[in-house]
Write a protein of this length. Structure first.
Length: 278
């Protein structure tokens, strides 16, 4: 039986220091070299995780940006991309304009990401205007009229961070726009709110099913810790929550395994695939 193993990154495979431990790298490498189909499923952009995963020989395509992409780390290519309809993007941009709030707009063009923003002071939003984005994306640039770059099958993401007072009206204004999903949450690291907008077809669940079909796997086993992992739990054959997971995630899991700082995922896989731990 062919099995696909999919692990979330932050809080699951990554330690609380947001990296891979040496033991996890060693154990997973042995598993992959033994033939295991192992991949990751994360909310991160490609450039937000590729350098953190470079020590792993990832041969199986992975799910990135919460299901927006199925991505091949070896060839640095996007095998599947869930973009938004142009009418939906224009409706979102209209809402931001009416409420006088800036936004970052992400497009995929010839296998490269370009980022545009429409307020010059948004360069201070390092959550989106990061050094890594500047280094890896084709361009990160100011453009007062974002609608001018909206083309069919190109826009996959819009985002910004600000106060709750500024972003709650945006969230309410776009709630009924067809074809989009919206993540709205408090960033615990800086105390500001974030809003992230993407296709309603972009979920880890939908991407998992697409990847399973792409690879022809008989079984899917997933690992997670947070709410955005629950959609994968719904369709996985087995699902495991690390010890540091939210309670609601643990309740849906097949079993609880050791936490992200105890190499729980890697230890589980090494035992299942090679029959021994370290």
């Amino acid at each position: 039986m062919s099995t696909l193993y999919l692990s979330d990154l932050d809080g699951t495979l990554f330690t609380t220091k947001k990296n891979l431990s040496e033991r996890t790298v060693s154990l997973l490498t042995e598993c992959i070299e033994a033939g295991a189909q192992f991949a990751v499923a994360t909310a991160r952009m490609p450039y937000g995780c590729d350098y953190r995963l470079k020590e792993l020989p990832l041969h199986t395509p992975s799910i990135l940006t919460n299901g927006v992409f199925i991505y091949d780390f070896n060839t640095k290519s996007y095998l599947s991309t869930k973009t938004m309809d142009t009418s939906s993007v224009h409706a979102v941009l209209d809402a931001f304009q009416k409420l006088d709030t800036g936004v970052f707009l992400y497009i995929l063009e010839e296998n490269e990401i370009r980022i545009f923003y429409n307020r010059e002071d948004m360069a201070s939003q390092t959550q989106y205007y990061s050094d890594r984005a500047l280094e890896c994306c084709k361009s990160v640039e100011y453009l007062s009229d974002l609608s001018s770059v909206v083309k069919k099958d190109s826009v996959f993401y819009l985002a910004c961070t600000d106060t709750e007072e500024k972003l709650k009206p945006i969230h309410d204004a776009i709630a009924d726009i067809p074809g989009i999903s919206c993540a709205y949450y408090l960033n615990i690291y800086n105390g500001l709110y974030c809003i992230e907008i993407f296709s309603d077809r972009a979920t880890k669940k939908h991407a998992l099913l697409e990847l399973k079909e792409m690879l022809g796997c008989d079984e899917v086993v997933v690992f997670g810790d947070n709410l955005n992992d629950l959609s994968m739990f719904e369709v996985a054959d087995r699902c495991y929550a690390v010890e540091n997971s939210l309670d609601v995630v643990k309740e849906q899991a097949t079993k609880i395994i050791p936490g992200c700082d105890e190499d729980g995922v890697a230890l589980f896989l090494h035992e299942e695939i090679l029959g021994n731990g370290k």
